[in-house]
Ligand binder design. Structure first.
Ligand SMILES: O[C@H]1[C@H](O)[C@@H](O)[C@H](O)[C@@H](O)[C@H]1O
Length: 632
C-alpha cells in the first residue's frame, strides 16, 4: 500500500502490533508462555486489541507537555472572553464616573471589536513572517499594556487608546492560538485541545461577569479593577511563552529542520516522530507544486480550488456563528431573565453571570463530544438545535407581544409635553422605544394602573419622573420595566434561552475556531485563519450594532425569527460543505477539499476511500473494490 496508509487507522494498527509485542514480552517475562501459545491467542481478539491500542494511545501519545502548551496558549482565549465580557459591567460605572455620552459608550465597546477585526487580518502576515510563538508573545504584550493603560486612564481618550490596544491583541490571539495548538497536538487529541481554547473564551466571559458583579459594589473606580485585572493572565501568558517552543510545522516551513525535530520530540514525548516529520516535509513539497507557485497567498488560495473551498467553509462557519446571534442572546439574557420574574435590578448584573456560566458549562460538553462524535455531526446537530431554540425564543416573544398589557394611565408632566412615550397605547411599542419604560402595578393576577414614561437618561433603572422615579425596594407592587413587558409567556422565552445555550455552546461556539485551525494547508493556514477570524469579529460588530435597530423595525420576535432563519441557512451550508476532520493528520485534511467531489455527507468509509483515491490519483492507481479491503 502507498504512503496513503499513514492514516489514523493505520496508526492504530501500528500501535496494536507494538502492543502485541509488549504483551508477548510481558507474558514471556512472567513465564506465562501458555498465554501466548494458547489457540487464537484467547485475549487477542481484534476488537479487544483495538480498544487496548486506543487506551494505550490515550495514555502515552499525549505527553503532559502538550497540555501545558495548550493551557498557556488558551490564556489567549481567556483574555478574548474576559476583555469582551467585562466591558458591559465596567460601562455601568464608567458612564457615571466619566460622564460618558451614549456615543462614547458605544465607541468604547465597539472600538475593541473593530480593532480586533483589523488586527486579525494583519495577523495573517505576521504569523507567516514571525511564527506562532512570537505572535502570541506580541498579543500578550498588547493585552498587558492595554490593561495597564485602562486601569490608570485619566480621561476617556486614554480609555479609548487602551481599548484599541487590547483589541489589537485580541485579533492576533484569536487567529494564532487555535493554529498553534492544532499544529502541536497529536491528531487524536487535536479537536479537544483546540476546543479548550473556546472553553477558555467562555470561562473568560464567566469570570468577567463575576468580577463585574463583585466590583460593582465599589463606590469609586470599580471599573479600574475590572479592566485592569486582565493584566494578570496576560503577564502569565507572556512569561510562559518565553519558555514554550515555536510550532514545529512553521519551523519546517521556514527551513529550520533540526530545530523542528527537537521541538517535535519534545512535544511527542516517547513517540517515534519520524513518520510525522516525513509527512510534514512531503506535504510541504506537494503543496508548493499544487498551489501553482507565485503571487500573494490570498490570490493563490482563491485560484486553487481546494483552498478556495476551505476558505469559503472557514469564513462561512465564522459568519454563521455570529449571525445566529450568540452575543445578542448573551447580552440580552439579563432582560430575558428579568422578564421571567426576577425583578430586582441589582440582580441583573449577576444574572449575566448565570448565562455566562451556562455557556461555559455547555462548551465543556463540546470539549467532551468533539473527539467522540466528530466535528461534522456536532456542528450540524448544534446548528439545527440553535435554529429551533431561536424559534422557541421568538415564539415566546411573539406570544408576549400579542398579549401585551395596555397603557391605562396617561399622566402628564407639564415640563415634558412632547415625549413620544405619551402616545403609546400598549406596553409593546413603549418597550421597543429606547427612550421609554413601562411603569405598572401588579397584584397576584393582573397588571393594572400602567403608564408609559420617559426613562431617566442617567439610569435606565428608573423613570425620569412620576411614581416610577426614585424606585426603592419598598415600592410595594409597583414595577418599572425597561426593555421588557410583563408577560405570562416568560417561561417560554426562558426555555428558548436555555435551549439556545445548550445547543449553541457545544458546537457552533467552538467548532468554527476548531475547524478553521485544521482545514488549510500549511502555506495557507495563517492567511485562512486571518480571514475567517476577521469575518468573525466583523460580524460580531455588525450584529451587536444593528440589534437594537433590527428589534425596533422587526420587533423582538421578528429579530429572533430572522436569526432562526439565518441559522437554518447556516445548517444547509454546513450540511453541504463541512467534511469530517476528526482523527486525521493536518497534512491529510487538505485532501478532503481536493477533486470535484465534496466529501460532505459521505459515510466515514466513503470518505476514507475518497482520500485514498485523491492521494494516489497521480500514480495511475485507482481504488477498486478489491483494493478497498487493502486500505482497511
Ligand atoms: O466562540 C465564541 C464563543 O461562543 C463566545 O461565547 C462568543 O462570545 C464569541 O463571539 C464566539 O466567537
Amino acid at each position: 500500500m502507498s504512503r496513503a496508509s499513514s492514516s489514523g487507522n493505520d496508526y492504530t494498527l501500528q500501535r496494536m502490533s507494538s502492543l502485541m509485542e509488549q504483551r508477548g514480552k510481558k507474558a514471556r517475562d512472567e513465564g506465562e508462555r501458555s498465554l501466548i501459545e494458547a489457540p487464537a491467542a484467547a485475549s487477542s481478539s481484534r476488537e479487544e486489541l483495538e480498544r487496548a491500542a486506543r487506551e494505550q494511545l490515550q495514555r502515552d501519545v499525549t505527553p503532559a507537555f502538550v497540555y501545558v502548551l495548550a493551557l498557556f496558549s488558551a490564556l489567549g482565549g481567556f483574555l478574548f472572553g474576559y476583555d469582551t465580557g467585562v466591558v458591559s459591567g465596567a460601562m455601568l460605572l464608567l458612564k457615571r464616573d466619566m460622564h460618558l455620552s451614549a456615543l462614547w459608550q458605544e465607541v468604547l465597546v465597539s472600538s475593541t471589536v473593530g480593532a480586533a477585526a483589523l488586527s486579525a487580518l494583519v495577523g495573517g502576515s505576521l504569523n507567516g513572517l514571525l511564527g506562532r510563538r512570537r505572535c502570541i508573545l506580541i498579543a500578550s504584550f498588547l493585552f498587558s499594556t492595554g490593561g495597564l493603560v485602562l486601569s490608570v486612564a485619566p480621561s476617556r481618550e486614554v480609555l479609548l487608546l487602551g481599548r484599541v490596544v487590547v483589541g489589537l491583541g485580541l485579533g492576533i490571539a484569536s487567529m494564532t492560538v487555535p493554529v498553534y495548538i492544532a499544529e502541536a497536538s497529536p491528531p487524536h487529541q487535536r479537536g479537544r485541545l483546540v476546543t479548550i481554547n473556546t472553553l477558555f473564551i467562555t470561562g473568560g466571559q464567566l469570570i468577567a461577569s463575576i468580577i463585574d458583579g463583585a466590583f460593582s459594589y465599589l463606590r469609586r473606580d470599580g471599573w479600574r479593577y475590572m479592566l485592569g485585572l486582565s493584566v494578570v493572565p496576560a503577564v502569565l501568558q507572556f512569561v510562559g511563552f518565553l519558555f514554550l517552543p515555536e510550532s514545529p510545522r512553521w519551523l519546517i516551513q521556514k527551513g529550520h529542520a533540526q530545530k523542528a525535530r527537537r521541538v517535535l520530540s519534545q512535544i511527542r514525548g516517547n513517540q517515534n516522530i519520524d513518520e510525522e516529520y516525513d509527512a510534514i516535509i512531503t506535504s510541504i513539497g506537494e503543496e508548493e507544486k499544487d498551489s501553482g507557485g507565485g503571487g500573494p497567498v490570498m490570490w493563490r488560495m482563491l485560484t486553487y480550488p481546494p483552498t478556495r473551498r476551505a476558505l469559503l467553509l472557514g469564513c462561512g462557519l465564522q459568519m454563521f456563528q455570529q449571525l445566529s446571534g450568540i452575543n445578542t442572546v448573551m447580552y440580552y439574557s439579563a432582560t430575558i431573565l428579568q422578564m421571567s420574574g426576577v425583578r430586582d435590578d441589582k440582580l441583573a448584573i449577576w444574572l449575566a453571570a448565570v448565562t455566562a456560566f451556562t455557556n461555559f458549562l455547555f462548551t465543556l460538553l463540546g470539549v467532551w463530544l468533539v473527539e467522540r462524535v466528530g466535528r461534522r455531526k456536532l456542528t450540524m446537530g448544534s446548528m439545527i438545535g440553535t435554529c429551533l431554540s431561536l424559534a422557541v425564543l421568538a415564539t415566546g416573544f411573539l406570544l408576549s407581544a400579542q398579549s401585551s398589557p395596555p397603557v391605562t394611565v396617561h399622566p402628564a408632566n407639564p415640563s415634558v409635553s412632547n415625549s413620544s412615550c405619551m402616545r403609546y397605547e400598549l406596553c409593546e411599542p413603549c418597550m421597543l422605544d429606547p427612550t421609554c419604560g413601562f411603569c405598572y402595578r401588579e397584584n397576584s393576577t393582573a397588571v393594572f394602573a400602567s403608564s408609559c414614561i420617559p426613562v431617566n437618561p442617567a439610569s435606565t433603572e428608573e423613570a425620569a419622573w412620576g411614581r416610577c422615579s426614585n424606585m426603592t425596594e419598598t415600592s410595594d407592587g409597583l414595577y418599572w420595566a425597561y426593555n421588557y413587558c410583563p408577560t405570562s409567556y416568560s417561561w417560554m422565552v426562558l426555555l428558548g434561552l436555555i435551549l439556545y445555550l445548550a445547543f449553541f455552546a457545544p458546537g457552533m461556539g467552538p467548532m468554527p475556531w476548531t475547524v478553521n485551525s485544521e482545514i488549510y494547508p500549511l502555506w495557507a493556514r495563517s492567511t485562512g485563519n486571518a480571514c475567517s477570524a476577521g469575518i468573525n469579529w466583523a460580524f460580531n460588530v455588525l450584529v451587536s450594532l444593528t440589534f437594537l435597530h433590527v428589534a425596533q423595525y422587526l420587533t423582538y420576535y421578528g429579530a429572533f425569527f430572522m436569526y432562526s432563519g439565518l441559522a437554518l441557512v447556516g445548517f444547509l451550508f454546513i450540511y453541504g460543505c463541512l467534511p469530517e476532520t476528526k482523527g486525521r493528520r493536518l497534512e491529510e485534511i487538505e485532501l478532503l477539499f481536493e477533486g470535484q467531489l465534496c466529501t460532505c455527507g459521505m459515510s466515514d468509509w466513503d470518505e476514507h476511500r475518497h482520500i485514498e483515491y485523491v492521494r494516489v490519483k497521480g500514480s495511475n492507481y485507482h481504488l477498486s473494490d478489491n483494493d478497498a479491503s487493502d486500505v482497511e
